[in-house]
Design a protein around this ligand. Structure first.
Ligand code: PLP
Length: 439
């Protein structure tokens, strides 16, 4: 009994406060205890297998218990697990910073542990840059409608998801919201590109009016994940980059979810040919193994902090900054991308399942079917209240872990998923859409 699912879910319900969860729901909705992982699969205490269709909240890239990742972390563990990064350094953090600089064209890496702390770091750094350069009045931020940048107070102040935000609104500093370029919002007959440019005009209007007070614009490049995989045309980013230059405002690219190959290129910004002033990375950075985040920025911004005066330096720290194990995991992730040519392998996989996804897209309940890199998503046209929970439970019964956002069903699997597994997932989803339980 101690080893069954039931025992573990009861103990978890009693002792663990689960994230983003009304715990009372678990009186009826079971928590799923996972004993081990294997590639794209999670396995519970009774041996049932679930395909991890959400990459364990968008973090896993190369599967669970990946032997190559395990070996790298074990090797690091036997040398050095962690050392204070103020006044000290170590191999993994230096090598990782150099390699990320090479990949982003941004030469200075500042570390945190979670995505939300990367957002905090980028916002503080942008403001402090303007303060150091005699423009302290530039202290306002702009984000997109339906944006998500994390849930600590600073990050939440640039997040536009009412469920996460409304309760805590009195604690948040006001910030500006501009039109989302999400192509689902286009007028009938308007192309995604034309709509993206129209959305950018909304930002321009704000910058004309308030540019002198604005420090930075923060965006999720190409796809707003938490908004329900809201995808948009790269022309938006190109235009925003030009506007930020014109009005002397920083561009912060939050690639926490979309970086590391998720959109098909290594970074989403590459598809628009833009270099942001700050890039925030986390989630896939360690392949889903260890918490790590980083903000990279330009020589020019770094230079404005470089001084004899302590208070002109960046005043921010976390205990686990630059953790050696996490940095070593990230180095292994980068090595796997190089050695296994992961981006082109993913492209081939996506091409092979294109017709299978097209068949699912033709289902009468499916609307706005869309695909980008290793993300597949659509809306369910006639979803009733509570659809997302019912679909989650029904899919789990079929050995598939997906967590719809309202009526948006999306698939964001680890890159080790096979073509056969993807096809089976599309079939499962199509079958579920036919059942009464998934109305
Ligand atoms: C998940 C996410 C974050 C926050 O990261 P956490 O590690 O959950 O704090 C920020 N921005 C985006 C775009 C994300 O998807």
């Amino acid at each position: 009994m101690q080893h069954s699912n039931d025992a573990w879910l009861a103990r978890s319900r009693k002792a663990v406060w689960h994230p983003c969860t009304q715990m009372k729901r678990h009186e009826t909705l079971p928590i799923v205890p996972i004993e081990r992982g294997e590639g794209a699969w999670l396995i519970d205490f009774e041996g049932r297998r679930y395909l991890d269709g959400v990459s364990s909240w968008w973090v896993n890239l190369f599967g669970h218990a990946n032997p190559r990742m395990n070996a790298a972390i074990l090797d690091q563990m036997n040398r050095l697990e962690h050392v204070i990064l103020a006044g000290f350094t170590q191999r993994p953090v230096v090598e990782l910073s150099e390699q990320l600089a090479e990949l982003t064209g941004l030469g200075h890496a500042f570390y945190g542990s979670d995505g939300a702390s990367a957002t905090e770091i980028a916002l503080k750094m942008s403001f402090h840059y303007w303060r150091n350069t005699g423009c302290a009045q530039k202290n306002e931020f702009v984000s997109l409608e339906n944006s998500y940048h994390g849930e600590t107070l600073g990050a939440l102040s640039v997040t536009d998801v009412p469920l996460f935000r409304d309760t805590y609104a009195p604690l948040l500093r006001p910030s500006h919201r501009v039109a989302s370029p999400d192509w689902r919002l286009a007028e009938p007959g308007e192309t995604p590109e034309a709509y993206a440019l129209r959305a950018a005009a909304n930002l321009e209007a704000l910058l004309i009016e308030r540019g002198a007070q604005i420090a930075a614009v923060i965006v999720e490049p190409l796809c707003q994940g938490a908004a329900g995989m809201a995808m948009y045309h790269p022309a938006y980013l190109t235009r925003v980059r030009a506007l930020c230059d014109e009005y002397e405002v920083h561009l912060i690219a939050d690639e926490i979810a979309m970086g590391f190959g998720r959109t098909g290129t290594f970074f989403a910004c590459e598809q628009a040919g833009v270099r942001p002033d700050f890039i925030c990375l986390s989630k896939g950075i360690t392949g889903g193994y260890l918490p790590l985040s980083v903000v990279l920025t330009t020589d020019q911004i770094y230079g404005a902090f470089y001084d004899d005066d302590v208070t002109r330096g960046f005043l921010h720290s976390h205990s686990y900054t630059g953790n050696a194990l996490a940095c070593r995991a990230a180095l292994e992730v980068l090595a796997i991308f190089r050695d296994d040519d992961v981006l082109s392998a993913n492209r081939h996989k996506a091409a092979e399942v294109a017709s299978d996804f097209a068949r699912l897209a033709a289902h009468p309940r499916v609307k706005n079917a869309r695909h980008m890199g290793m993300i597949w998503a659509f809306e369910v046209v006639d979803a009733q209240a509570g659809f997302s929970g019912r679909f989650f439970s029904a899919a789990l019964e079929q050995g598939l872990l997906v967590r719809p956002v309202n009526n948006t069903v999306y698939l964001m699997p680890p890159y080790v998923v096979t073509v056969a597994e993807l096809r089976a997932v599309f079939d499962t989803i199509s079958t579920l859409l036919d059942t009464d339980a998934c109305r």
